[in-house]
Design a protein around this ligand. Structure first.
Ligand SMILES: Cc1cc2nc3c(=O)[nH]c(=O)nc-3n(C[C@H](O)[C@H](O)[C@H](O)COP(=O)(O)OP(=O)(O)OC[C@H]3O[C@@H](n4cnc5c(N)ncnc54)[C@H](O)[C@@H]3O)c2cc1C
Length: 393
């Protein structure tokens, strides 16, 4: 096993950082994580969807526990507002199994399973640099430590990325996404919507954007939250309230009445507005550096694949460490396997963003057949776990 005896330093201790730490530790390396934030990462309360086979693989491999709550559903329902009305119309229903998780619970599980890993909180990395005698040094205000491998899992503004691809920067898509969670009480007066999200995840199309809704586990045992991501144009300059608040206006303007009330009146447990961006690093490892998760690439979130890719990055790292004859060979193999996935997801995210935000179809005129053929045209041969049965037809 190559990992035995190696020292691995990981910059960033979020989803990618913890998963990469588990990978290194499982391959026998001594792993140290540097996380900038000294706050509680587990408080990030958003939803994260992963493909069910990946979830099962991570449980079997010991990255996740079978006891971590999830809220799996087998299908996807497409909705829109009836033309000229505030009523809701179901356009299509497809097999599309997903495993929704609570971001904080996912992070907590990964963190707990990073056994034997040294995890420094509140320790921002100020720089990484190759060491002339081999390996690389991680610099913080308090320390300079040398490692055989430095993993950059430090997100979109990665300091580690500058060692591999200094010119790569996130490219704005020109629209935004609101990401929120609501307690199930918000659905108390909406039994039809509640019934829908108990059995399916929902895509709600409107002119100039769409929203996705799904249940995730809450912090308390057995509880559920309604999670959403709503995509659309940013608030106009004349909008005086916070960017987050504009989502209520979008819902009121475009959603069927029931969904508008849920988003508009519900007391959110979390709500944020992000600019949608993307980028990918052409080659994600060059010894002694390696990038994972959002430090390596960001896809527009329509693919629901950023955390998914980070977790797959970790499974790949463990495998190449276990089966390579040197750290350098392991990193070259990682780069060979993982560089293409970032590029593929960026291209897919752009196609989905184009079709579902920038040039939305006339949703109200569509039915099951139109949704299926429009989806296949949008995918253009690319695979996505979100489009299960559509790809098989
Ligand atoms: C609206 C939306 C919906 C999404 N939905 C999904 C989904 O359903 N499924 C899915 O798979 N993905 C989804 N994603 C993507 C997913 O959230 C991200 O890809 C994933 O969380 C990235 O994790 P990460 O660990 O790479 O980055 P981050 O979570 O950004 O973590 C980077 C960490 O590095 C730390 N850090 C940064 N700089 C330094 C430094 N100098 N020193 C030390 N530490 C540092 C930060 O504090 C942070 O903790 C979604 C994204 C959005 C915006």
């Amino acid at each position: 096993m190559t990992g035995a005896g190696l020292r691995i330093g990981v910059v960033g201790g979020s989803v990618a950082g913890c998963a990469m730490a588990i990978a290194g530790a499982r391959a026998g390396a001594e792993v140290t994580v540097y996380e900038r934030s000294d706050g509680a990462l587990e408080d990030r309360g958003f939803g994260i969807v992963v493909p069910p086979p990946l979830h099962a693989e991570l449980v079997a491999a010991g990255y996740l526990d079978s006891g971590m709550p999830t809220a799996p559903v087998p299908s996807r329902v497409w909705l829109t507002r009836d033309r000229g009305q505030r009523t809701e119309r179901e356009l299509a229903r497809q097999d599309s199994a997903v495993t929704p998780c609570h971001w904080g619970l996912l992070w907590r599980t990964l963190r707990a399973n990073a056994e034997g890993v040294t995890y420094h909180r509140g320790r921002p990395v100020t720089g990484v640099l190759a060491h002339p005698a081999g390996g690389a040094v991680i610099r913080t205000a308090e320390s300079r430590e040398r490692y055989d491998i430095v993993v950059g899992a430090d997100g979109p503004r990665s300091v580690t990325r500058s060692a591999l691809a200094s010119g790569v920067r996130p490219v704005p898509a020109g629209y935004v996404v609101w990401r929120g969670t609501l307690p199930l009480d918000a659905l108390a007066e909406h039994p039809r919507q509640l019934e829908l999200v108990r059995t399916a995840w929902v895509t709600l199309g409107f002119r100039g954007g769409h929203g996705v809704f799904y249940l995730i586990p809450g912090a308390a045992d057995g509880s559920r939250l309604l999670a959403y991501a709503i995509y659309g144009p940013p608030p106009p300059p004349s909008w005086a309230a916070g960017r987050e608040e504009y989502v209520r206006h979008v819902a009121e303007e475009h959603f069927p009445a029931g969904w508008a009330e849920i988003v508009g009146r519900g007391a959110h447990t979390s709500l944020a507005c992000h600019d949608v961006t993307d980028f990918h690093v052409p080659r994600v490892a060059e010894p002694p550096f390696l990038l994972a998760g959002d430090a390596a690439s960001i896809t527009r979130p329509h693919t629901a694949s950023g955390a998914t890719k980070a977790l797959q990055d970790a499974l790949c790292l463990e495998r190449v460490l276990r089966t390579s004859s040197s750290a350098a060979q392991a990193l070259h193999r990682y780069a060979d396997e993982r560089s293409g996935e970032g590029a593929r997801l960026v291209a897919l995210g752009r196609r989905l963003g184009h079709a579902m935000v920038e040039r939305t179809p006339d949703w109200a005129s569509m039915g099951p057949r139109e949704v299926a053929s429009w989806s296949r045209a949008t995918l253009d041969g690319a695979g996505s776990y979100l489009y299960g049965s559509v790809q098989r037809e």
